[in-house]
Design a protein around this ligand. Structure first.
Ligand code: GLA
Length: 342
């Protein structure tokens, strides 16, 4: 099902698609292939919307929260908004001081994607596709990207990313959903519990740019190998969690990397991915100007992001895994958020 959601600045229509499967339902916008709502049952059987979202297209078009959006070509930060590939230096958009965050204003998240409703193995699915031309935002290569959401009866939101380019380029896509499993947007996620199979994290400087060091999580507030609440040690980290943590058992294959849960709703969310790391971002910059879709005001730590991705600023660090996408390769990644109750 689709309905008109709003307009792009050029007047194009933005649609909101809705799919459901059993007790689960998902709304995705053509703008940014954005997850606008995700409803799952709590332990009492009540339906809870577990992601933050806005009510209007204008808010999405002007936001700096990236609520639920598909971010690309390259998620997170690139120092000095430049990188070198095949001996050519490329200058991309700087939108955070000198640095680039989430690829600037030409990010895929601010584009109106083409859409298609599908059935994949009997599950409702939404396939979004977008093109970006050679040189757009400063990146080389004409690229075509698809982002497909599949909703299964057993509570999985499967996100499949695919991309091709006609010239060597770089690519690192993510989904920027903010989860709040309590469903009460006036309560923070600091009482939610997190477990992550991660033994390392990426050290960053005061501008959130990687120093190049990848450090052990042992005895730090980044060690979530056993469950901890997000609030327990957050004060040990100036500004809150906004760091990349690396998975201990990364193989490139789809595997479970952690669980996130809320004792109030007793909703558990498993995280599975093919990617090597995620940006753990505790919604530190959400402000009261971010009006929630239920009309309430946004609060700091009102949601948390698990942005599965490759390491930030990878092209500028030889010791980070490359995010280069060659012209004869296909970018292909999957992340799954799986909901259940306990
Ligand atoms: C990413 C960044 C954060 C913040 C959010 C958007 O997660 O790491 O610092 O910019 O996006 O608000």
């Amino acid at each position: 099902m689709k309905e008109l959601f709003g307009k792009m600045k050029n007047g194009d229509d933005i649609y909101k698609y809705s799919i459901e499967n059993g007790e689960y339902s998902l709304n995705v916008l053509t703008l940014g292939a954005t997850i606008q709502s995700l409803k799952v049952p709590n332990s009492k059987g009540e339906i809870v919307d577990v992601v933050l979202g806005y009510k209007t297209a204008e808010e999405y078009l002007n936001c700096s929260t990236y609520y639920g959006m598909c971010v690309g070509r390259v998620a997170n930060r690139i120092k000095g908004a430049k990188f070198t590939l095949n001996n050519v230096e490329y200058k991309i958009e700087n939108n955070e001081g000198e640095n680039s965050l989430h690829s600037g204003y030409s990010s895929f998240c601010f584009k109106n994607w083409k859409s298609q409703e599908l059935l994949i193995n009997d599950n409702p699915a939404l396939k979004f596709s977008v093109k970006s031309y050679d040189g757009e935002g400063g990146f080389p290569g004409n690229v075509e990207v698809t982002c497909t959401y599949i909703l299964t009866k057993d509570g999985q939101v499967v996100i499949n990313y695919e991309g091709i380019t006609d010239k060597d380029t770089i690519m690192n896509l993510t989904n920027h959903s903010y989860f709040n499993l309590g469903g009460d947007y006036q309560k923070t996620i600091l009482d939610h519990k997190l477990q992550l199979d991660s033994d390392k994290y990426v050290e960053v400087d005061e501008t959130a740019i990687p120093t190049g060091n990848i450090l052990s999580t042992k005895k730090t507030a980044f060690d979530f190998n056993v469950f901890h609440t997000l609030g327990e040690r957050i004060n040990q980290i100036p500004g809150g969690y906004d760091h990349t943590v690396c998975f201990s058992r990364y193989t490139g294959q789809l595997s479970k990397v952690g669980d996130f849960r809320c004792d109030r709703s007793k909703i558990n969310m498993e995280i599975l991915t093919t990617m090597p790391s995620l940006q753990l971002y505790s919604g530190n910059f959400i402000s009261q100007n971010d009006i929630n879709k239920d009309g309430s005001k946004g609060i700091k730590n009102g949601g948390v992001c698990f942005e599965t991705q490759f390491l930030p600023d990878s092209p500028n660090h030889d010791n980070f895994q490359s995010i280069e996408l060659k012209s004869d390769e296909k970018y292909q990644h999957t992340t799954i958020y799986k909901f259940s109750t306990y």
